[in-house]
Design a protein around this ligand. Structure first.
Ligand code: NDP
Length: 297
């Protein structure tokens, strides 16, 4: 099996380099050209040429325009990378008979209510990032290529910046923190997403009936405020010297951002667990692992 991975240096892309390696020949690209192959999703002609040249059995797209607030002003770039590039990948996958594996987000939903979103619930993105990701999903489905689309939420990895690391930094310096308490979701590790992707590819290539959209997130739920408290309590237990004395819960309305965020980011993962016979661990286990790595404990 020949696999073309796009976005190899992102949180999920980095972990996919590890999890996809045992499945076959892996050609992993990032936005800068290597050996005449371009992994830049904003250059649609070059992307098309790269896919034709590689001639993969599976395309895994971990690249995306993920700057949620910036997407409100850089709408054209977000649309090209998250929407139009997906159509190019899907068209090329279709003509090659290849699989296209792609990632999307709970931001395709309105964030209303408190019920975990199911795959066929009505979509209604609140911000431009969500709308551009939805356009990508729709392009893939419309094209009719063999695909898996994993909608996930609140992705973190030990590599690069993440919410937990930011909270640790702030907690070392400040006595009081304000953290949003009315947005609820499940922090989901890039490692878990990459491992599930590899397991799902192995199954879907022999059972194409499993193709479709799936919700993929760690089990359980928490607010950003609860997540921050968890991180701080864990760090304290590990002997970290923290200045923080109080973590105040605040509402989203008290922290205005250019892009609106959904309050309900809960994803119902039953379909994924049933169809692929998978177990999704609770969010705390992955976060603890990441914190041990970050704190070097
Ligand atoms: P990251 O932001 O960590 O990685 C995205 C990658 O895409 C980066 O390596 C970035 O490169 C690359 N990229 C951006 N623009 C281009 C471009 N024009 N051409 C090629 N590469 C480009 O994202 P994640 O790993 O967290 O996200 C993986 C997937 O999961 C995405 O589809 C995202 O929409 C989705 N998702 C993410 C969530 C999150 O909380 N992070 C939540 C829900 C869904 P560079 O570093 O050079 O900019």
């Amino acid at each position: 099996m020949k696999i073309l991975l796009l976005g190899k240096n992102g949180q999920v892309g980095w972990e996919l380099q590890r999890s996809l390696a045992p499945l076959g020949e892996l050609i992993a690209l990032y936005r800068h050209p290597v050996d005449g192959l371009s992994g830049d999703l904003s250059d649609l002609d070059a992307l098309r040429a790269t896919i034709r040249q590689v001639n993969p059995d599976v395309i895994v797209n971990a690249a995306a325009y993920t700057a949620v607030d910036k997407a409100e002003s850089e709408t054209r770039l977000a649309d090209r990378v998250n929407g139009e590039a997906c159509r190019v990948m899907a068209e090329e996958a279709m003509s090659l008979g290849a699989w296209l594996i792609h990632y999307s987000t709970d931001y395709v939903f309105s964030g209303e209510g408190s019920k975990p979103w199911q795959e066929n619930d009505a979509v209604a993105p609140l911000n431009h990032y969500g709308a551009s990701k939805l356009a990508g999903e729709q392009a893939i489905v419309e094209t009719g290529c063999k695909h898996l689309i994993f909608r996930t939420s609140w992705v973190y990895s030990a590599r690069g910046n993440n919410f937990a690391k930011t909270m640790l930094c702030l907690a070392r310096d400040r006595e009081s923190l304000n953290v949003i308490a009315d947005q609820v979701g499940a922090p989901t590790g890039a490692e878990l997403i990459a491992d599930v992707t590899a397991l799902a590819i192995q199954q879907v290539v022999v059972r194409p009936v499993l193709a479709g959209i799936y919700h993929l997130a760690a089990a359980g739920e928490v607010s950003w405020h609860g997540y921050a408290n968890h991180v701080i309590a864990f760090a304290r237990l590990q002997g970290e010297a923290l200045a923080v004395k109080v973590v105040n819960p605040i509402d989203t309305t008290a922290y205005p951002t250019p892009a609106r965020r959904p309050l309900n980011s809960r994803l119902n993962t039953q379909k994924l667990r049933d169809n692929f016979s998978l177990h999704l661990p609770d969010w705390q286990s992955g976060v603890t692992r990441m914190l041990r790595e970050v704190l070097n404990k």
